[in-house]
Design a protein around this ligand. Structure first.
Ligand code: XMP
Length: 318
């Protein structure tokens, strides 16, 4: 009989024991996992926890400033690092999904390494890794070694990095993490936030990534997510987002022919992300969002809705 309160109590005690007077660097993403991980470590070691929130250039519209603002209310010591240039230039010309994930993962590690040198006596890297991240990143049992998707926050650290890893949520599923957050008094704006992948929009732009494509996708995503919030549908779906496809199609605007990008809206219901069903969003809502996107976002002239479930599809397209 697992309870969130008992989990907090034992975990904090274990962390105190394990970490002692060491300092911990922890990467925050604004999502519930890393936030709850930070709260647990903070409860155990207080001001010896240094949180880092990286702008990798692949965040949602306005996310960097909004998330930093949200953290002010939690009393965590958070440093915001602008690393947009680093990520976008490392990704230039790369189209293979797993290569993108690896590049993004490595760039995160480099940023954390750099930041950790600024904190004297930093010995640990804290991460909000949860159980599904771990299982989906390891080989399928019995079969040939095959990773479904490498999660950037799984897989250990390179030798040059002297930090040890601490992952207090490693055995929990998302709904359990949310219960732990709630029991620690975390506000609903953190708890009810949809999951967002560590590699961010980088795995929602199929094909190569450019700053311009990121900006287009940020605008489209913003229209979709704000629409869900406005119409009271946000909490009805487990996760939602948009993919920018590497496909152009012919359209007509006024009496001009257009030849522009296609975006795919994705919304799913799930409990743990391991399986998922596409959400049956109302047609009227989809119609409104589609019009809004095409009328407002330059570079997009077609919107499609993803009606695949997981398995056999996955939630993200890469
Ligand atoms: P898939 O696409 O594998 O996604 O069905 C399952 C859930 O995991 C999220 N996801 C990630 N989260 N780092 C993360 O922190 C990652 O590299 C990553 N890849 C996928 C995805 O958004 C969905 O919620």
């Amino acid at each position: 009989n697992w309870t969130p309160d008992a989990f907090v109590e034992t975990t904090v005690a274990e962390l105190k024991e394990k970490l002692g007077d060491d300092r911990v660097i922890l990467g925050l993403s604004g999502g519930v996992d890393s936030t709850v991980a930070a709260m647990l470590v903070h409860k155990a070691i207080g001001k010896n926890l240094y949180c880092i929130f990286v702008d990798n250039g692949l965040l949602r519209k306005n996310e960097f400033t909004e998330v930093l603002k949200k953290y002010e209310t939690l009393g965590l010591n958070v440093i915001g690092v602008d690393a947009k240039e680093k990520f976008i230039s490392a990704l230039a010309g790369v189209t293979d999904p797993e290569t993108k994930r690896k590049i993004i993962g490595n760039a995160f590690v480099e940023v954390f390494d750099e930041e950790s040198h600024k904190v004297e006596n930093a010995k640990w890297l804290g991460q909000g890794t949860i159980y599904p991240d771990v299982i989906e990143s390891v080989s399928v049992t019995g079969g040939p070694s095959q990773t479904i998707k490498s999660h950037h926050n799984v897989g250990g650290l390179p030798d040059y990095m002297k930090l040890k890893v601490v992952e207090p949520l490693k055995l929990l599923f998302k709904d359990e993490v949310r219960r732990v957050g709630r029991s620690m008094g975390l506000e609903d704006k953190f708890i009810s936030r949809h999951p967002f992948p560590g590699p961010g929009l980088g795995i929602r732009i199929l094909g190569d990534i450019t700053a311009e494509k990121v900006q287009i996708l940020q605008e489209v995503d913003h229209i979709f997510i704000s629409g869900l919030l406005e119409d009271g549908l946000y909490d009805e779906v487990w996760q939602a987002g948009v993919m920018l496809l590497p496909v152009q199609s012919v359209g007509v605007m006024g009496d001009e022919r257009t030849y522009e990008s296609v975006v795919a809206l994705r919304a799913v219901g799930s409990t743990d992300g391991m399986t998922a069903d596409w959400s049956h969003l109302p047609y009227e809502f989809l119609a409104k969002i589609s019009n809004k996107i095409i009328n407002n976002v330059k570079g997009v002239n077609r919107v499609v809705y993803d009606i695949s479930s997981k398995p056999p599809a996955t939630i993200e397209w890469e």
